[in-house]
Design a protein around this ligand. Structure first.
Ligand code: PAF
Length: 277
């Protein structure tokens, strides 16, 4: 495993990789969810590139970039046994040099859900992901289903900009009690940690209703809300029952559907989702 910081060195190391190349973009502070992406890439590709970059442009003015958890030494130790070929950890100065002014923006898909709560977030995500795609020249790129809207937005960008690459979206990895793994779970302490399981309970309750035959999207959203209201530490930001591809809110659930939520548990903002149908 070779760790690289500079873009030129990364490009020349990339040229020495053979076969199908899989790219796993991350912001570090790795957990089992990231490791599952690396294992999948390793199983499907001859060579694997991991990137670790806490991308400043996807953080809003009110979101504390400096507080985003980082532990590079731990990250490198965690991935050491997994057979990653290259780890690229670019600097913000090289990714966004003085005078930087080019952005990649996906339109309609980024307006709702996370995009409505975090207005400039996806512009930062698509811009950095496009830059990583350009530099890595991978044939496959791996993302987690936990960030469901991000996955949909990146699929759209790949289609629209004709990136010659397949986007592979891997299932959410959960703790034993159902809490979806996230680097932000680190902020959940004491009672907040046990309260956080309410996201999984709320989505599961709506899924049960769906499996019992309910197709009225509002009734599914109401079921999620009702369960969340049983937890005093939980503050719902949004619940959505939307078409899986367009992310448009549904009245009636027909095909593949994304049931997604954003909830504050104390001061920690968590997102989670289930796929129905
Ligand atoms: O999902 C993430 O960790 C980030 O949004 C990504 C895709 C690495 C871009 O910075």
């Amino acid at each position: 495993m070779r760790s690289i910081i500079g873009l030129d060195e990364f490009r020349s190391a990339r040229r020495s990789l053979f076969g199908t190349v899989g790219l796993v973009p991350t912001m570090g502070y790795l957990h089992e969810g990231h490791l599952s992406l690396i294992r999948r890439a390793k199983a499907e590709c001859e060579s694997v590139i991991l990137t670790i970059f806490v991308n400043p442009t996807q953080f809003g003015a009110n979101e504390d970039l400096s507080k985003y958890p980082r532990d590079l030494e731990r990250d490198l130790a965690l991935i050491a046994p997994l057979g990653v070929d290259l780890v690229w950890m670019p600097t913000a100065e090289e990714m966004y040099p003085a005078g930087y002014q080019t952005w990649v923006e996906v339109e309609a898909l980024t307006k709702g859900l996370e995009g409505a709560m975090r207005p400039s977030h996806f512009k930062g995500v698509t811009t950095i992901v496009a830059k990583l795609f350009n530099a890595a020249q991978a044939q496959k790129a791996y993302f987690g289903q936990k960030d469901a809207q991000q996955a949909a937005v990146i699929r759209q960008m790949v289609r629209d900009l004709n990136f010659p690459l397949e986007v592979v979206v891997c299932p959410i990895v959960r703790e034993a009690d159902g809490l979806a793994l996230s680097s932000r779970n680190k902020y959940l302490e004491g009672a907040d940690r046990s309260a956080a399981v309410v996201l999984f309970r709320a989505l599961s309750a709506a899924q049960e209703l769906y499996e019992a035959g309910e197709r009225d999207a509002e009734k599914l959203r109401m079921r999620v809300k009702a369960v969340l209201e049983t937890e005093p530490r939980a503050q719902l930001q949004y619940v959505s029952c939307a078409d899986f591809e367009t992310l448009e809110e549904l009245e009636l659930v027909k095909g593949k559907t994304l049931l997604s939520i954003a909830v504050f548990i104390g001061k920690t903002r968590l997102i989670d989702n289930f796929i129905l149908g």
